[in-house]
Design a protein around this ligand. Sequence first.
Ligand SMILES: NC(=O)c1ccc[n+]([C@@H]2O[C@H](COP(=O)([O-])OP(=O)(O)OC[C@H]3O[C@@H](n4cnc5c(N)ncnc54)[C@H](OP(=O)(O)O)[C@@H]3O)[C@@H](O)[C@H]2O)c1
Length: 318
Amino acid sequence: VRAVTFRDETVTVQEHPDPQPRAGELLVRVRAAGLNGADRWQLARRPPHYPPPPTAPPDIPGLEIAGEVVACGDGTTRFRVGDRVMAIVIGGGQAELCVVHERHAMPVPSGVDWPAAGGLPEVFITAYDALFTRCAVKAGERLLVNGAAGGVGTAAVQLAAAVGAHVTATVRAAALRGAVQALGADVVSAPGEFAEHGPFDVVLELVGVATMPENLQALAIDGRIALVGAQVGDDTTVALDALSMMRTRATVTATTIRRRTLEEKAMMARALERHVLPLFERGRLRVPIAESFPLADASRAYDRFARGAKLGKVILEL
Ligand SMILES: NC(=O)c1ccc[n+]([C@@H]2O[C@H](COP(=O)([O-])OP(=O)(O)OC[C@H]3O[C@@H](n4cnc5c(N)ncnc54)[C@H](OP(=O)(O)O)[C@@H]3O)[C@@H](O)[C@H]2O)c1
């Protein structure tokens, strides 16, 4: 099987042995796979390191896939050969064949094509988990999304708008601000220029910890902040003002997904099926795709992702 393969901080495409599904797993012929920040962290191998978990393929990146089931391991019950599925995986997704735990697989909603399905699971699960499971965003609340033009940001803006939250989005690339507004943001501003639109009940921080002091200053009483993003090479420590946290009775939550247990990730997939995929079925949500590349051009796809100033996802089609 051909797969994106990291060799000494370069992106190559190489042959690997076919993965085999074990009990409870599906073998998927991958049609599309999204790129994510964690792939870049793994490639860069600079501190702060973000290596793949020990059970993931060490050199094949890829955290989200969509494709057809081609074999079912013992004990699988839900999906059959030929079904269109999408899933989060702990690595190895940017390959022609990928093994997926059946409980992490979801049906591809009708009307969602392969590129969109391949770029959906990681970012919509991340956005849903941070906004609703961790921060309990409610209709009418004020939400700030910092770094809103990327994969997670475009998912979060749409989800929050769909439930009736008032969304302020910060977007670095001026040319993308109109497109983020069209996804449902009420206000789109440059990074750092959000204070006048607060105070915010919830802040989704996708850029990094550096903005946390300003986030705290703009937080409403009983506000919640979810720290989700950190960019390769950024500092990951900052001093926080305890008094402003106490004044607002702030809740700060920080999260990653990849190393959660099988059970926790299965619950996240079920939550997505129940609360988010129906909105895709009805055409209310979409996965903006900045650019997609064939597998042979994987290196160009990584360059495109690193360049930024993109709306939504960079996708590999296989
Ligand atoms: N914790 C988790 O479980 C989890 C899961 C998924 C993703 N993440 C992380 O969450 C973050 C967002 O993910 P994503 O998929 O949306 O990534 P993405 O598509 O690369 O989007 C990142 C966004 O942040 C903006 N940005 C980056 N550096 C910035 C800076 N210094 N100032 C202002 N804006 C900046 C980018 O703007 P430009 O285009 O202008 O650079 C881009 O719009 C990433 O750090 C990713 O690693 C975490």
